[in-house]
Design a protein around this ligand. Structure first.
Ligand code: RIB
Ligand code: CA
Length: 317
């Protein structure tokens, strides 16, 4: 069976970690490379976290560090950034110190060059899975326009047709670099937007987190603990039964398309709104008359998604 070639761009991150678990537990995906970017934490931390998670999940792929800041907006001050309360000061639920220091280090090239190398060398078109601010993706599009035709699609976790989690109408991955997001959404590469409209329903209950611990040996126990603070926050702030596994949804879709329902419409990114900069303006009713440019996830099958994680972690029992 031919494996689907993918690249992941991450800001590891608790839910990025669970997305990587789905990749590690599958024989359907050929992970060519991982690139890192600022977002849930500094790019130094997201890179170190990614290297640690690659070793935890036995993902032997090249990792390259990417952007430390948005293309236009000022760098995030992580000494006061609210994300550390969600993903923990270390970006891994404050249990990253229970993992060994990574043996491997990053490859000696910037993220966009590793993306280009992996895409150029692949015989098949490559799917880019983005679970972080889109700075690296936008930079890649600008730096290597000739490689756009070798990208199968961009499957990005981000945006929202309704609501937001960074202000009332902005989702974090888009809001952390709206200008980069604009470049991505205005590109001619096919796009699948796994937005809050679907991901907010993808919570994991305490019992399901326990099932990951019960089925995954020491790795499963660590993953359960890594989600603890993230889960507490979602219970306290969102009134949800547990942590929301936003980043897993694009990977789950690659493994089983029936896990998501899409609508195809025109999406743009608001850049000038005082309170709405970074909002993904999603034209569900086709008011603009503009041709659809993005498949937007409107519904997800939560139980199917969670069960994929429980199956994936059995590899580590
Ligand atoms: O809004 C959710 C997204 O922001 C996820 O990718 C999470 O990891 C954070 O990066
Ligand atoms: Ca993320």
């Amino acid at each position: 069976m031919l494996k689907r070639p993918i690249i992941m761009d991450v800001d590891t991150g608790v839910d990025d970690t669970l997305a990587l678990l789905l990749v590690a537990g599958s024989d359907k995906l050929d992970l060519k490379a991982i690139t890192t970017v600022f977002g849930n934490s500094s790019v130094e931390d997201t890179t170190k976290n990614t290297l640690k998670i690659c070793e935890l999940l036995k993902l032997d792929v090249p990792v390259a560090a990417g952007a430390y800041r948005p293309v236009i907006d000022p760098p995030i001050d992580y000494s006061v950034a609210p994300m550390v309360d969600i993903h923990g000061r270390d970006g891994l639920g404050n249990v990253g110190n229970r993992l060994p220091e990574p043996v491997k280090t990053v490859v000696d090239m910037p993220a966009v060059d590793l993306m280009a190398k992996a895409i150029r060398e692949s015989e098949e078109k490559v799917t880019i899975v983005a679970t972080a601010p889109l700075t690296n993706i936008a930079t890649f599009i600008m730096a290597y326009p000739e490689l756009r035709s070798k990208v199968e699609c961009i499957a990005l976790m981000g945006g929202a047709a309704f609501g937001g989690n960074m202000g009332f109408s902005v989702e974090a991955n888009i809001g952390h670099d709206p200008d980069a997001a604009k470049i991505v959404f205005m590109s001619d590469i096919p796009k699948y937007m796994f937005s809050l409209d679907a991901t907010m329903g993808c919570f994991i209950t305490d019992d399901e987190r326990q099932a990951i611990a019960d089925n995954g040996g020491e790795t499963g126990v660590w993953l359960k603990d890594c989600m603890q603070q993230y889960s507490d926050i979602y219970k306290a702030l969102g009134g949800l039964p547990g942590a929301v596994l936003h980043d897993s949804l694009p990977v789950a879709w690659l493994l089983d398309e029936s896990v998501v329902e899409f609508t195809h419409c025109y999406v743009d990114v608001e850049l000038k709104g005082v309170k709405t900069r970074g909002c993904t303006v999603t034209d569900l009713a086709n008011y603009t008359g503009k041709a659809p440019n993005t498949y937007v996830s409107m519904k997800a099958d939560r139980e199917k998604l969670i069960n994929m994680h429980i199956e994936a972690v059995k590899k580590f029992k």
